[in-house]
Design a protein around this ligand. Structure first.
Ligand SMILES: Nc1ncnc2c1ncn2[C@@H]1O[C@H](COP(=O)(O)OP(=O)(O)OP(=O)(O)O)[C@@H](O)[C@H]1O
Length: 946
């Protein structure tokens, strides 16, 4: 292996630009001293305020939903000074140190407002109250500064202020270390630039690692070599955690980079046998190798055989031997969404050279092995988030961490159960429990094979799946035992800065892996002064995250030379009938909202309000969706069972269906279904959990087994009691005979999508406008195998499978060949659909559900992307678009976003802008030169019409 400008050992890579927060033990971010102080500070804060941090955040979330007029008390008008027009060249922080050349972050020193108002719950309500003009006030517009919203009145902020000085001391230590490090980086860059050609700017590392020949079947692109060097460094020398976040834009080749990492580490560690054998003793004694500080792990890469063959030294003792035997050391575990499982397998096969194949196990389906030793035999094991959720015991929620923290355990994550009051009451239970607050017996017997090995490396692909740290999936992933941990995501922040917490927790990124440290050291600074707070966050991220976008330059050149992408927002008019339907629905919803507001029960009715919004959004697609029209596939297996249920139970399930959020994604359920155990999900979310033979209900603490026969759609339940059930749901009042409520009715959006498809897509027609090989030689290498000729194809995304059904109906009528991919399909049929679309010239359209299809897939056969409906987070749409706009694309990509004029969709567009700004501020990616804004009193008045 050759590493440019560095010794040839991966462990010695020196990448000066990414050494933030490293250095001697006394000064780095998480020095023991500062952690100790943090704990003191935090518990003081908790005592002073009497606020549980976890509850606190949810309380705040609730408060945030209230418009100012509904806030309990004085939202003072003490607006903090506004920081405006920080020039994009502003490379110095408040201490005068240059550490991140971020563009302007925000205009407002009240950073918390951004975070607060980027919460979807607030957004939803805001949209409800907007019954007037559709044009946002000027301060909504990017770049416009404005009067700021008054200061926080919540007790928490007061209590924080009370502890400011103590917390500040800790923060200064952390901050200083980062800044000093950045200065070092700057100096070393100045020294190195001429000789080593190290960095273009402060943000981008440029040290490359070259793989030895014969490991991969394709050469790495330059930015991938850089990623490889950075990852090798993070895996071998990190004071925080081994691993990090690879956050390159979608389609820049994160998969390939990770495969290269696996190959590289394997080649580095596959030393001659004798040497390995010599090392074994040391390894067996090294109890710190495991991330949980207690369980010995023998690195799979260093093993000569299965764990059972390993002979620990006598000093290690029989107990350790027993544990080692119980948890064999395994290789790399890749956890990904079901839809990309096979793609990972294919990439591992295609991109690895013949002579260096990795042994890969796809761990999925009812027949998968139950043996941990079997898992340990493979270099790479591929599985899905759903299986991890099912098989791996969940970490306790954050409040339990805090109890751990009080008991003096490290990180609050890997500690023993603490002696807090709750647990004292049930001492028997706590005695039984093992590490991480889980029952030790369950670790060994109840859980599946995934939890019974120690992984050398765990990679979470599309890691935004765990962005909500309270979810089962996030807690299960955190419990996986691993030496090195990686998060891959092109869109790591989707909703708010809180999303990052879950990754920090998974990565064991100390001190931010403890919620209250995260809160104090990241969220509070942003809330006090967003400009500095976001810069601080950038510094914190810098230590563990590598992010390049498609616009990133290295040596003045784009890292990749993709054909251009153009996005067109197409605003369609409703037909007169649709408008009438929508107007009634909107008036109805608004009056309900007003009633909640008048009764002061907005927060209690949060789920109902989201559902009302959902109906409005659905009405923009097709009025039939509002009627609860479900895909037939949901209904066929459960109709019989529904008919056997007692009537009261069916009524109860129906009521739940119309007033609860999905227990997997926490969004208003799309194609909502209720399970026999009384939990509500999006059909697609729960479908991911119905793929094996141990289909446990994914709702927290529910152990019920699920099957498609006990998953009921609204239509199924409604039919069961159709005679005289008078649900209060919105659609019961609508006239079923109305033209717009007919299956055959072609809604305005459906007409629009057909027009776009017909004008663009033609089977077998030659096209060739763009020569993708210009500029970057390595990119052209990646593109060289691909023809620029072929049929023009489109991907059509919708959030609702029922909308896809309706589009399908129209495509059939027009004899347009298509394939479809949604979360209810088996993995093999999804895979076949993608393959057909990519290879069959007659298939010109791919219908994809946003949830199942927006992540990970390579669909460069398409050069048109049509988004039928808007999603709250623009990042979700970006993900979808990048199925086509990625390495391998040879043609310009056109994106059409269809919206309906003068509807809730207008407001979603405005909210998306806000979210984009928040994400840009966090990453320092606001390149526009303007200054970002957040909601102001003026904005809120507009939205609430007060
Ligand atoms: N060095 C390379 N040579 C040839 N093809 C490559 C190379 N790197 C990436 N590709 C191809 O580019 C496409 C995108 O890569 P990949 O799927 O790894 O991107 P990604 O960053 O993981 O995207 P996403 O975030 O959407 O999952 C794939 O088809 C992959 O095979």
């Amino acid at each position: 292996m050759k590493i440019h400008g560095q010794p040839t050992n991966g462990a010695n890579i020196r990448d000066t630009s990414w050494s933030t927060a490293r250095g001697d033990g006394s000064r780095h971010f998480d020095g023991a001293g500062s952690m100790g102080q943090l704990r003191t500070v935090n518990s003081q804060i908790a005592n002073v305020s009497g606020v549980d941090y976890e509850k606190l955040s949810s309380q705040q979330a609730l408060k945030r939903t209230l418009p100012p007029s509904l806030q309990p008390s004085e939202l003072s008008n003490k607006s903090n000074s506004t920081v405006e027009n920080v020039s994009s060249g502003g490379s110095r922080d408040i201490y005068g140190n240059a550490y991140h050349l971020a563009g302007p972050s925000v205009t407002n020193s009240r950073g918390y407002m951004r975070d607060i108002y980027s919460k979807r719950n607030t957004d939803d309500i805001m949209m409800y109250e907007n019954n007037g003009s559709r044009i946002p006030p000027p301060s909504f517009m990017h770049g416009k500064s404005s009067a700021q919203f008054p200061g926080p009145s919540e007790p928490v902020y007061h209590s924080m202020a009370g502890d400011e000085n103590v917390a500040g001391t800790d923060e200064r230590l952390v901050y200083q270390a980062a800044l000093e490090d950045c200065n070092r980086v700057e100096l070393s860059q100045a020294a190195c630039c001429s000789s080593l050609d190290v960095l273009d700017d402060l943000n981008q590392p440029k040290v490359e690692a070259n793989l030895p020949n014969g490991l991969m079947s394709v050469p790495l692109l330059r930015h991938q070599k850089i990623a490889l060097a950075w990852m090798l460094q993070k895996e071998t020398r990190s004071l925080h955690c081994l691993g990090g976040i690879l956050a390159d834009d979608q389609g820049l080749g994160k998969t390939i980079s990770m495969i290269a990492l696996v190959q590289m580490q394997k080649s580095l560690e596959t030393k001659p046998k004798t040497e390995d054998q010599c090392n074994l003793k040391t390894e067996a004694l090294n109890l710190d190798d495991d991330d949980d500080n207690g369980t010995p792990v023998l690195d799979k890469d260093k093993q000569t055989g299965e764990s059972a063959d390993i002979k620990p030294t006598p000093e290690v003792g029989s107990s350790i031997k027993a544990i080692t035997r119980r948890r064999p050391a395994a290789g790399t575990l890749v956890v990904c969404p079901a839809s990309v499982l096979r793609q990972w397998a294919r990439e591992l096969d295609d991109k690895v050279a013949d002579g260096a194949k990795l042994s890969v196990l796809v761990y999925h389906g009812g027949n998968r092995t139950r043996s941990p030793d079997e898992l340990a035999k493979h270099d790479v094991v591929l599985t899905t988030y759903a299986i991890v959720t099912n098989e791996v015991p969940k970490q306790p929620l954050v409040d339990e961490d805090e109890a751990d923290d009080k008991s003096g355990e490290k990180h609050g994550i890997s500690s023993e159960f603490s002696n807090n009051k709750k647990r004292k009451k049930s001492s028997k239970v706590s005695k039984k429990r093992g590490r991480k607050g889980m029952d030790s017996s369950s670790i060994d017997s109840d859980c599946g094979a995934l939890a019974r090995v120690s992984w050398s490396r765990v990679i979470l692909d599309e890691a935004q799946t765990i962005k909500n740290h309270r979810t089962q999936v996030a807690r299960a992933c955190c419990s996986l035992r691993a030496k090195r941990r990686w998060c891959l995501s092109g869109t790591p922040i989707q909703n708010s800065i809180d999303d990052l917490y879950s990754y920090f927790r998974f990565l064991r990124y100390d001190p931010y892996a403890v919620y209250k440290s995260f809160y104090n050291t990241i969220k509070v600074p942003i809330s006090r002064n967003s400009l500095h707070g976001y810069k601080k966050l950038q510094a914190v991220l810098r230590a563990i995250m590598l992010r390049r976008t498609k616009a990133t330059l290295i040596d003045g050149q784009p890292i990749i030379n993709l054909p251009p992408k153009s996005i067109c927002l197409s605003k369609v008019d409703f037909s007169a009938e649709e408008r009438a339907f929508y107007t009634r629905l909107e008036a109805d919803s608004r009056s309900k909202f007003k009633a909640y507001a008048a009764a002061g029960t907005v927060n209690q009715n949060y789920a109902n309000i989201l559902l009302m919004l959902l109906r409005l959004r659905q009405a923009c697609d097709h009025p039939l969706l509002v009627k609860g029209f479900n895909s037939e596939s949901v209904e066929k297996d459960s109709t019989e069972m529904a008919n056997q249920l007692p009537r009261e139970m069916v009524v109860d399930l129906l009521n739940r269906l119309t007033s609860a959020l999905c227990r997997v994604c926490n969004d208003p359920p799309e194609d909502s279904v209720a399970t026999m155990c009384g939990h509500v999900f999006c059909n697609q979310c729960v479908s991911e959990y119905l793929t094996g033979d141990d289909n446990t209900c994914p709702a927290t603490d529910c152990k019920e087994q699920l099957g498609s026969d006990v998953v009921f759609s609204e239509a199924t339940l409604r039919r069961r009691i159709s005679d005289n059930f008078d649900a209060s749901s919105s659609h019961s009042k609508y006239d079923d005979k109305s033209t717009v409520l007919q299956h055959e009715y072609s809604s305005s959006k459906i007409k629009a999508v057909l027009e776009v498809i017909q004008s663009h897509c033609k089977a077998g027609s030659p096209i060739s406008e763009f020569n993708g090989s210009a500029g970057c030689s390595e990119t052209s290498m990646a593109n060289s195998n691909l023809s620029t000729e072929g049929p023009i194809k489109a991907i059509v995304f919708s959030q609702w499978t029922s909308m896809l059904d309706l589009v399908e109906f129209s495509l059939n009528q027009h004899c347009i060949q298509y394939r479809r991919l949604d979360g209810t399909m088996t993995l093999s049929s999804r895979d076949k659909a993608v393959k057909d679309f990519n290879t069959d010239p007659e298939v010109t359209v791919m219908l994809m559900s946003l949830k199942a299809g927006n992540l990970g897939l390579n669909m460069v056969a398409a050069c048109h992307v049509i988004l039928l409906d808007l999603w709250w987070n623009p990042t979700t749409e970006d993900q979808a678009i990048d199925r086509a706009h990625r390495i391998g694309q040879t043609r310009p990509v056109t994106v059409t976003r269809l919206t309906i004029k003068d509807t809730v969709e207008d407001r979603i567009l405005a909210l998306q802008d806000e979210k984009r700004k928040m994400v840009a501020s966090a990453f320092g990616e606001d390149q526009s030169g303007g200054s970002a804004t957040r909601l102001t009193v003026e904005d809120l008045k507009y939205l609430f019409m007060v």
